[in-house]
Design a protein around this ligand. Structure first.
Ligand code: FAD
Length: 476
């Protein structure tokens, strides 16, 4: 008698690591974008690459759709599977297998939490540069799939600049190693192709990552301004002057106050319309030369407050405030819709003025904290997802902001991906033939569309809505 797929999965990972109970599955029905949700038929928690491979083979044989999941902090609905599908949660695969200090490389499993790698490498004088604000929770596998960025990526680049090689399981259960390591580089940069593909080409089961040295010296400066556009103008001036800070981050007043009312309190000035955090790092000689120029430019825009962190503790506090701000904003309303769009840096002040205009038209509070140096904006709409009307308002407002990003020469996503959230706008950024090419490339690796179906590329009309929390309403 043929055994069911559920029985086969249990025999691979053990019965305790196949979740089918509705209460247990509840935690897996969405990621951090709670507008979309769908309960999987099961969640499997493999503990190594061989188990992932065996699980995928079973799912492929039974033609069951499946999706990999790291920590579920994604913000575009990327981890949802359609009804009847299975989630492979890789959080048990959290071993840092080796750190080669001489070659400055780490070999890790995909479920390793981002920050844990830097914490472990610190003793060797090294760190992992991409530092998403979610780095205390999000996994390196999820970071790879979304090509995650973070405050420090302005200077050091995003995940794709730090992924050297990757061990993958393809949707049919076969296994490959895609590398750009000098000693075994592939002709085609499949490693680069995978990075940012939103979990729809292959499952990463092992990563080789570049580590960089800890900086010789760091200088962190905080300038508080009257308004967000003023802080953005300072950012544009710094970039135009050819300075290369490691980070240029902006937070508006709502974000400042939320931080100050939370456990992330950092002593930020509540009276400011915005704070700009600028950080320089490198050899002492470079910093001595460049910091005065940076500070001069920050002063030019007449800050209300200006301070240079005098100690490591003060610097830690400033970053605690910035990185905790997303969580702190949870106080404002039951739900948060965190948008992600990009504009050329020279257009930052314009897009932020437009965000204010959109906020006024919605009647819902919008807080802003974003990677200004990269032109990557993140308006946070505070709303109640139980109310279909508020969902409609925030989604339509989000689409208006993204359309304006495109009008200003920007892009639909900087780092959170397209997922389910932004599919309806893709045709406004790409031509039909560009999208068809992307579909064809995906089909080379995922021909039956079993792995993470329906994410990142347009689906037939109505499909994305099937995952929607409430109902189908036009985004137009
Ligand atoms: C408070 C907060 C702050 C954030 N700040 C940032 C930020 O500063 N920068 C930034 O870039 N993002 C940020 N994010 C978004 C999110 O943390 C990132 O997208 C992160 O990379 C997701 O990692 P994860 O482990 O949670 O992945 P998940 O949400 O579990 O999955 C995300 C996608 O990756 C795929 N995936 C997961 N693991 C694998 C794997 N091993 N192989 C193939 N595909 C896989 C999934 O199928 C899914 O499509 C933030 C999110 C929150 C909630």
């Amino acid at each position: 008698m043929q055994t069911s797929w559920q029985q086969q999965l249990r025999s691979i990972v053990g019965a305790n690591f196949v979740l089918e109970d509705a209460a247990a599955l509840l935690a897996y029905e969405s990621d951090a974008l709670t507008l979309f949700r769908c309960q999987p038929a099961a969640v499997v928690l493999p503990q190594n690459a061989e188990e992932v491979q065996a699980v995928v083979r079973v799912l492929h044989r039974f033609q069951i759709p499946f999706t990999a999941r790291g920590a579920g902090t994604g913000l575009s609905g990327g981890v949802l599977v359609p009804k009847g599908g299975v989630i492979l949660c890789l959080s048990r695969m959290r071993r840092i297998l080796s750190i080669d200090a001489e070659k400055r490389r780490a070999t890790v499993e995909p479920g390793v939490v981002n920050l844990h790698l830097s914490q472990q490498a610190e003793a060797l004088g090294l760190r992992y540069a991409p530092d998403p604000a979610s780095q205390t929770v999000s996994t390196l596998g999820g970071n790879l799939a979304e090509n995650a960025g973070g405050p420090m990526c302005f200077l050091h680049g995003t995940t794709t600049h730090h992924l050297l090689a990757v061990d993958v399981v393809l949707p049919d259960g076969s296994r490959e190693f895609w590398s750009s390591l000098p000693e075994q580089a592939d002709d085609l940069d499949l490693r680069g192709f995978l990075c940012g593909s939103e979990g729809s080409l292959a499952i990463a089961v092992g990563l080789v990552l570049r580590l960089i040295p800890l900086p010789e010296q760091v200088i962190t400066v905080l300038a508080a301004y009257d308004s967000v556009p003023q802080a953005c103008s300072a950012v544009s001036a710094i970039v135009a002057a050819g300075l290369r800070p490691v980070a240029l981050e902006v937070m508006d007043q709502k974000a400042i106050c939320a931080v100050e009312d939370s456990v992330y309190r950092a002593g930020l000035p509540r009276d400011a319309g915005a704070v700009l955090i600028a950080e320089m790092e490198g050899p002492e000689a470079l910093l001595q030369r460049e910091t005065p120029r940076l500070e001069e430019l920050l002063q030019k825009f007449q800050p209300l407050h200006f301070e240079r962190a005098e100690s490591a503790e003060q610097r830690r506090l400033i970053w605690k405030g910035r990185k905790g701000a997303g969580g702190a904003l949870g106080q404002l309303a039951p739900d948060s819709y965190v948008m992600d769009g990009v504009v050329p840096r020279s257009r930052l002040a314009e897009i932020m003025a437009y965000v204010e205009e959109v906020e006024a038209s919605t009647g819902l509070p919008v807080a802003n904290l974003f990677h200004a140096g990269d032109g990557n904006i993140h308006p946070h709409f505070a709303y109640d997802a139980r109310d279909p009307e508020q969902c409609r308002i925030v989604e339509e407002a989000g689409a208006r902001i993204l359309r304006r990003c495109l009008d200003l020469g920007g892009s639909l996503s900087g780092e959170h991906g397209i997922g389910l959230e932004k599919q309806h706008l893709l045709r406004e950024q790409f031509t039909a033939s560009e999208l068809a090419l992307m579909q064809r490339l995906r089909a080379v690796f995922n021909p039956q569309n079993l792995l993470n179906p329906g994410k990142g590329l347009p689906m037939p009309r109505g499909c994305a809505e099937a995952f929607h929390r409430h109902r189908r309403y036009a985004h137009e």
